[in-house]
Unconditional design. Structure first.
Length: 211
């Protein structure tokens, strides 16, 4: 009998629309880092659809068993088992540096509204550190627009998040853009996604980031 492996219904719903964006912004060949791989469902699907890229998973250690199990069950040869990554720990970023250079793309899904804001800052600093110049960082999730909720459901979701932890919450896009600029990540575009989500696209500047 197979061991239980949690599956995210949201990941199943959004994987196809996200794949379309990924194909537009990530190179056909190269190494992609996923921050916050969760159950590993996105890693399994994206790796299976983009056979010439290597999809490197990462997450907190408590989520590694799920990721490893789903990767093993899928038989993914172009997806790497998870690195431990707490975005606030500098040594973790040092361990995920590419031995032959920086990553050709970084992807993160539904993390910015779960992390405290100071950890979102750490994530953007880390991305600038490990992403190759002129390559893209794609971050998916709900974002407010110019300080306003984009839907009634997002407002309700934000209240729920803050009731669970006051440091959680839907981030304002303008604040995220300012953070990115301070980390040498240039905002490129915002792409509307299903269920009142967006993908924010950033490009790593050619100069190095000094924290």
């Amino acid at each position: 009998m197979a061991a239980y492996s949690p599956l995210s219904e949201a990941a199943e719903r959004n994987k196809l629309p996200i794949l379309e964006v990924i194909r537009d912004h990530f190179p056909e060949h190269g190494n992609i880092l996923e921050i916050g791989s969760g159950t590993g469902q996105h890693a399994v699907f994206f790796a299976s659809q983009m056979l010439d890229i290597f999809w490197q998973t990462s997450d907190l250690a408590c989520n590694h068993a799920w990721i490893k199990q789903n990767l093993a069950q899928a038989g993914c040869r172009n997806a790497g088992g998870p690195f431990e990554l707490d975005v606030g720990i500098d040594q973790h970023w040092s361990r995920i540096d590419m031995p032959t250079g920086r990553y050709d793309g970084v992807f993160s899904c539904n993390t910015a509204h779960i992390m405290p804001w100071n950890r979102v800052v750490d994530m953007f600093k880390g991305v600038s550190r490990v992403l190759a110049p002129l390559r893209k960082f794609l971050i998916y999730g709900p974002f407010n627009q110019d300080g306003e909720y984009t839907s009634v459901s997002n407002a309700s979701f934000d209240r729920y998040l803050k009731s669970q932890n006051p440091e959680q919450g839907i981030r304002d896009d303008q604040e995220v853009y300012r953070l990115a600029e301070s980390c040498n990540l240039d905002f490129q575009k915002s792409i509307d996604m299903p269920a009142n989500n967006r993908i924010l696209v950033f490009s790593r500047a050619s100069k190095d980031f000094e924290p």
